[in-house]
Design a protein around this ligand. Structure first.
Ligand code: ADP
Length: 398
């Protein structure tokens, strides 16, 4: 038995989940928020209990110190040496990583070199990694990349039609994201299509950030996010794919810089931008019910973009055996699941049990009727357990 920590470090937050491996039993989970502030928030859940306190958390190392202290105080561990390995979620692994890697100097340098491709994320992940290394210097550290699962794409699925010189010189191509989630979903999804020799799965990770992936024989063949998570389907605050001339035109019209417009495309667009109500699908749905015209448009746009990608991937895969809904909206919104399935229904022969769908939130379930040509399932995603598995595997190898 060994205790393995899965970590997701952001610029001002540090999420954690501690597992007993190989049982994959969750011993505790929590989050340090507002890192860098006197009034930081440290929350932890364990054994059916939970605690949240406001404390100064001036840097990530302090967050890790608080975490280790809490683990000992609550009797979750007796000694910090019980934590044998820590796995870190890394958003951008570029062309270098097609699987999780031991977090050694070479990995660290490569992640650092990829900062221009994911400025906020990769920088924060490194800060998190270094904080753990300072407090727990002897643990096995592993990096798990959001992009790794997508490295099996063929060039015609990942190369952008720009001068090839830029693809080569600047590694400017599609990398995708949410790969750890899509991998998990495709593995769990197999149980719904027993006996299918070459499974074709379309997994829809639809949360605040959202992406769709086409998976054949367990391998990603296409994914909607692009160079960065800004590409693909419309999201809570992100545009998804756009005609690139929109950037040029709007910069000219508004006098804003490319950087300012890029921030608007990332943070003020999507559901929020079109509806002018909220980035949260629940608020948008409420406004739709009240007859708010912009919310209705945002809602229609969102559903159609998702349906378009499912159609595209149906073609890419030469058909589909299973469509999976996951993440905040995919797991919890019967409304969006129903509307998306309606949109693709007549073309793809998809039919779900609407009554069953209406009652399900946050649970795994098969939604399709026996008549449906493609199975449709909800599978709650679990990126942390994937990190813990890969991290534990490296620990065993050491
Ligand atoms: P991320 O991890 O990308 O921040 P999540 O996967 O947590 O996002 O998804 C968050 C989104 O899920 C929220 O913005 C909200 O729109 C949606 N969501 C969460 N719960 C529900 C619910 N009960 N009904 C509808 N939508 C929900």
């Amino acid at each position: 038995m060994a205790k393995v920590m899965a970590v997701n470090a952001g610029s001002s937050s540090l999420k954690f989940k501690l597992y007993e491996m190989p049982e994959e039993k969750v011993l505790c989970s929590g989050n340090a928020e507002r890192i860098g502030h006197e009034d930081g928030i440290f929350g932890i859940k364990w054994n059916g209990e939970s605690e949240k306190k406001i404390v100064p958390i001036l840097d990530h190392a302090e967050a890790v110190r608080l975490l280790v202290k809490a683990l000992i105080e609550k009797g979750i561990i007796k000694d910090m040496n019980e934590i044998v390995a820590v796995g870190h979620r890394i958003v951008q692994g570029g062309k270098y990583f097609s699987k999780s890697m031991l977090f050694d100097k070479d990995t660290e340098d490569k992640i650092e070199s990829l900062i221009p491709l994911a400025p906020l994320h990769n920088k924060a992940h490194l800060v998190g990694f270094r904080a753990f290394k300072e407090i727990l210097p002897n643990v096995t550290s592993v990096a798990t990349f959001d992009t790794a699962f997508h490295q099996t794409m063929e060039p015609e699925d990942y190369v952008f039609p720009i001068p090839y010189e830029y693809t080569e010189k600047y590694d400017c191509r599609r990398y995708g994201a949410h790969g750890t989630s899509h991998k998990y979903l495709s593995e769990v999804g197999l149980k719904y299509i027993p006996g299918v020799k070459h499974p074709r799965i379309i997994s829809c990770h639809i949360g605040s950030g959202a992406s769709i992936t086409a998976i054949k024989d367990g391998k990603c063949v296409a994914t909607s996010m692009g160079l960065t998570p800004l590409g693909g389907i419309m999201m809570g605050t992100r545009t998804g794919d756009l005609d690139p001339s929109v950037m040029n035109y709007l910069c000219k019209c508004t006098g804003k810089s490319v950087e300012e417009m890029y921030q608007i495309f990332n943070k003020k667009s999507g559901l929020l931008g079109v509806s002018e109500v909220s980035n949260d699908s629940r608020d948008v749905s409420k406004a739709v019910e009240e007859g708010n015209k912009k919310a209705i448009l945002a809602d229609r746009l969102f559903i159609r973009r998702i349906a378009d990608f499912i159609g595209q991937y149906y073609v890419r895969l030469g058909g589909a055996d299973l469509i999976i809904f996951s993440a905040g909206i995919g797991e919890n919104s019967p409304y969006y699941r129903e509307k998306i399935c309606e949109e693709i229904g007549s073309a793809l022969g998809v039919e779900i049990d609407k009554k069953l769908n209406a009652g399900i939130r946050g649970e795994e379930a098969l939604l399709s009727t026996p008549n449906s040509k493609i199975k449709v399932a909800i599978i709650p995603t679990d990126e942390e357990v994937m990190i813990a598995r890969d991290t534990y595997a490296y620990y065993l190898k050491k």
